[in-house]
Ligand binder design. Structure first.
Ligand code: BES
Ligand code: ZN
Length: 643
């Protein structure tokens, strides 16, 4: 994709042979690695193949990464040095992942005692980027890579002031998961390796920088910030945000960052943050990261939330004004156990991160707000799962309904479906129902403890489950169907919710032509967001437009400001031919870059020619407001070619 090939003299032999070898990376904690280093033995049996990284972590691995970064808004460039402190088992080559980076020089040796060394950049793969192979000595433990980012650094979103809340200062944030950290830091970009990191970051003096690390709460005059992350994390969790930020504490160890214009609204929405952390600890054990803050980023952020350790990154669409979308925060907090503490070894095992997290999120919601609320949330997700199973089975990759994925040669982003999230969570729910809550909770707690600060594969989890739950309980469970089989297994727990059924009945009445508002003072606040979603989903796709207008007259779904409701409404509106929604729809698409909302709307528009031309017209203008992750998805969907 990129034109850069730094023609090197290739002074070291056997390099290209290396590229042909299957790439292995071992898993386990750094302590285990040290033991290996001492004995100079690599246990082949413990090696896990990560198809999405070139790094030769079976031979040499980063233990600690120190970053020296200068963030230059005038050229939208980060100038960096990545100083890798490594455990070397005796190799003469260290391979890093890079993509969209310009490498300036590479040195070996500690800071101040550095000598230049040769390196070669292998062939660029469209998805993976390229291997950066550095010549080292068999006892080299320090590798320093001098580089700068480019327009192709997909992790970075540089925002002009008009795209921020305050409209006065520019903004930058990064998104590393799944394999974008390599686009702003040359590193061994595999979740199978854990590292600690530190950083010195220079930013303009009117801005503040925060990272997935110990953070400042105030701006400093020099624009110089120092960060430390003492707990070992996978590279995809390194994150940075720079902007006009303010901080509000919401408890002893938690708080929120956002632009000053939003801080009151954010603090109000997340009042329960402290309680949420307590609840999570009561369920599965100590919170291991000392501090838990949330930063509300600009609207372009492609996700609802991202679990960067100590500092969840989140989208302002969560600020619904009624606290109805905080389950996303419960989700990101839950990742502090499932994902950040116990990590998927490869992206084929992504469900270990997300399925556990959705299950855990639901338990937090149940503990805080009751089973009725938790069940409504789970049912909404289950509907999405059922639809997605159908879509996947009719598509190009029908085996994507297995929990264990096979994403070789594909973008790991493609694994981000309801399968990992919801099928994963319902697998755990079904296990819970089978053995009973008390035993299942004890099992989960023990699991987090056993694997903390480690990585594991689906197969390792399967063995752990067998040994620590199913065999001791004498239970025969269809684990293999769930993990390596298609669709939703028959024994999946089924949920029933009277509240859900109530709003569905209301939808049926509306569809039958009834005026459901007559004689009743029905307000939007009478039901939570997810109930309205259930209501909208129950409406027939060919409903009379007059009935939809009636709803808008009373409830103003079309401009209600809640993106969850608006998205469901617009999708139905497109299907029913309710074209008057278009101006509001265009407004949302131009403002919000969260893929969860863009995708269903654009996908529905793409189904007819007349809507497709409207979609293109909007997208041409909106595209520049999105993060590269959303741009990629929408370019593919809309078959859009810039220029
Ligand atoms: N870790 C994910 C986001 C992610 C996954 C980014 C894969 C890149 C690659 C995050 O925790 C997440 O799942 N976010 C969801 C929240 C929801 C399921 C509550 C989102 O953004 O919608
Ligand atoms: Zn998640």
């Amino acid at each position: 994709m990129q034109p850069y090939y730094y023609a090197m003299k290739i002074p070291f032999s056997s390099l290209f042979v290396l590229f042909l070898l299957p790439l292995f990376s071992a898993c386990g904690g750094n302590e285990a690695l040290e033991n290996e280093a001492n004995s100079k033995k690599v246990k082949i049996s413990q090696q896990v193949r990560d198809a999405h990284s070139y790094a030769n972590t079976n031979e040499i691995r980063t233990k600690h990464l120190h970053l020296e970064l200068e963030v230059d808004f005038s050229t939208k460039t980060i100038y960096g040095v990545a100083r890798h402190e490594m455990t070397n088992l005796g190799t003469d080559t260290a391979i890093f992942d890079i993509r969209g980076l310009e490498i300036q020089k590479v040195t070996i040796g500690s800071k101040g005692n550095e000598i230049n060394t040769d390196y070669v950049i292998g062939q660029e793969d469209e998805i993976l980027g390229a291997p950066l192979s550095v010549k080292i000595k068999q006892n080299t433990e320090n590798v320093n890579i001098y580089y700068k980012t480019t327009d192709h650094s997909g992790a970075l979103d540089w925002l002009d002031p008009q795209l921020t809340e305050g409209k006065k200062h520019p903004y930058l944030y990064t998104q590393g998961q799944a394999i974008l950290t390599r686009t702003w830091i040359p590193c061994q970009d595999t979740p199978a390796n854990r590292i600690t990191y530190s950083a010195d970051v220079q930013v303009p003096t009117d801005l503040m920088a925060v990272m997935s690390a110990k953070n400042p709460t105030q701006r400093n005059k020099q624009g110089k910030y120092h960060f430390e992350m003492h707990q070992p994390i996978p590279a995809y969790l390194i994150a940075l945000a720079v902007g006009n930020l303010s901080y509000r504490s919401l408890g002893k160890n938690c708080g929120v960052y956002t632009e000053p214009e939003l801080i009151n609204a954010v603090a109000w929405e997340f009042v329960d943050l402290n309680k949420m952390i307590q609840t999570a600890e009561d369920l599965y054990g100590k919170y291991e990261w000392e501090q838990y803050d949330v930063i509300i980023l600009p609207y372009s952020f492609p996700f609802g939330g991202m679990e960067n350790p100590r500092l969840t990154f989140a989208n302002p669409t969560l600020i619904a004004g009624d606290r109805s979308l905080i389950s996303v925060i419960a989700h990101e907090l839950a990742h502090s156990w499932s994902g950040n503490l116990v990590t998927n070894a490869t992206w084929d095992d992504f469900w270990l991160n997300e399925g556990f997290t959705v299950y855990f999120e639901n338990r937090i919601m149940e503990a805080l707000y009751g089973k009725e609320v938790a069940d409504i949330l789970a049912l909404i997700e289950f509907q999405e799962l059922e639809q997605e199973v159908k879509d996947i089975q009719a598509g190009d990759h029908p085996n994507d309904t297995y929990l264990k994925l096979a994403l070789d040669g594909r973008d790991p982003d493609e694994g981000m479906t309801s399968i990992a999230y919801v099928k994963g969570a319902f697998f755990l729910k079904t296990l819970e129902e089978t053995v009973g809550r008390a035993k299942f909770d004890a099992f989960m707690k023990a699991y987090f403890k056993a694997y903390k600060f480690q990585t594991l594969t689906t197969e390792m989890f399967e063995a752990y489950l067998q040994e620590h739950l199913l065999i001791p309980e004498g239970i025969n469970f269809n684990t293999k169907d769930w993990l390596y089989g298609k669709g939703i297994p028959d024994n999946c727990v089924r949920l029933h919710s009277p509240r859900f059924e109530h709003v569905e009945a209301l939808a049926v009445q509306l569809a039958e032509g009834k005026n459901i508002f007559k004689g009743k003072n029905l307000k939007r606040s009478d039901y939570v967001t997810q109930e309205w979603q259930a209501f909208i989903r129950k409406l027939p796709r060919d409903i009379d437009i007059a009935q939809l207008k009636l709803v808008d007259e009373h409830l103003n779904f079309k401009a209600c400001g809640n993106a969850e409701i608006m998205t469901e409404w617009y999708v139905l509106g497109i299907q029913a031919g309710y074209d008057e929604l278009r101006p509001e729809m265009a407004k949302l698409l131009k403002k919000v870059g969260r893929r969860k909302f863009l995708l269903p709307i654009y996908r529905e528009l793409a189904k007819s020619e007349k809507n497709m031309s409207f979609a293109h017209q909007v997208y041409r203008e909106a595209r520049k407001n999105y993060h590269s992750i959303s741009v990629k998805t929408m370019d593919d969907l809309l078959k859009y070619h810039p220029n």
